[in-house]
Design a protein around this ligand. Structure first.
Ligand SMILES: Nc1ncnc2c1ncn2[C@@H]1O[C@H](COP(=O)(O)OP(=O)(O)OP(=O)(O)O)[C@@H](O)[C@H]1O
Length: 251
């Protein structure tokens, strides 16, 4: 599965919130989508999934709904869980995308997803009674159980404790290493630098940089996109980024 977006534009209230995006994400990639608040990250992810109307070409949205559900799973930014189903039942909802799968395959996918997010001890708890971070892990497990070649996640590590954040970033890199594609919006530049194979900087609905972390996270790009200064060192396991200060405009 290759997500191919060409000249994708999404308008909200007449304004192009996503403006002529060209983007391809393929197997083996863990792509971090970065950008300031309001840059259009959520809109881009939802548009890519065919959840918002858009102009342009979109390989995923072009698929019939049932096929799309087997091609891409989504962890949304909102963490509200409406029904007091158990964690196990919530995760099993990811299997709705595979109505013809054998029971064994469903069971294995749910167990693997629960294990990947360390949710086994919480499996019988009502999902509505979990903490915010636990709910995030349960929703991510539901997406994993869907067992798709593409995983799209909107701020998947927001609100997670440091160990869980690293765990999720490693999990995503592992999925990419086994040949899947992961596209995730992120605000933690340091973790993105360390774990993603590719970064995209989005600014006012347009891509301003796209490439390996070491070429995207330059002083100039960080200043232009986020208005911050940072120290970027290059360690053996990738760039190490330390935020230093905001840039104050002088006129
Ligand atoms: N339903 C809507 N109607 C009108 N404008 C919207 C709507 N949803 C989002 N927008 C606007 O689109 C722009 C992009 O929003 P989006 O949620 O995609 O940003 P984001 O990069 O995900 O931000 P954040 O980092 O704060 O989550 C913002 O200016 C936002 O106000």
């Amino acid at each position: 599965m290759r997500l191919e977006l060409a000249n994708l534009t999404c308008r909200r209230n007449g304004r192009a919130v996503i403006d002529g995006i060209d983007l391809t994400v393929g197997p083996g990639e863990f792509v971090g989508l970065l950008g300031p608040n309001g840059a259009g990250k959520t809109t881009l992810l939802r548009t890519a999934l065919g959840l918002l109307p858009a102009e342009g070409r979109n390989s995923l949205a072009a698929l019939p709904a049932a096929q799309r559900a087997r091609a891409a799973a989504f962890m949304p930014q909102g963490r509200e869980i409406a029904w007091p189903v158990t964690v196990e039942t919530l995760v099993a909802l990811g299997r709705v995308a595979h109505p013809d799968a054998a029971g064994d395959a469903d069971h294995a996918a749910v167990e693997a997803a629960l294990a990947a997010l360390s949710l086994q001890e919480l499996r019988h708890r009502p999902a509505t009674q979990l903490s915010g971070g636990e709910q995030a892990r349960a929703l991510l497990a539901r997406a994993l159980a869907q067992d798709t070649p593409l995983l799209v996640a909107d701020e998947p590590i927001a609100g997670l404790d440091p160990a869980a954040q690293i765990g999720v970033m490693r999990l995503f890199r592992g999925l990419a290493n086994e040949g899947r594609a992961v596209l995730a919006s992120l605000h933690d530049l340091g973790l993105a630098a360390r774990h993603c194979s590719r970064l995209i900087l989005l600014q006012r609905g347009r891509i301003m940089a796209d490439g390996p972390p070491e070429t995207v996270l330059t002083d100039e790009n960080l200043g232009r996109c986020f208005g911050v200064t940072a120290h970027v060192a290059h360690g053996p396991q990738g760039p190490i980024l330390q935020l230093l200060d905001t840039i104050t405009e002088t006129t």
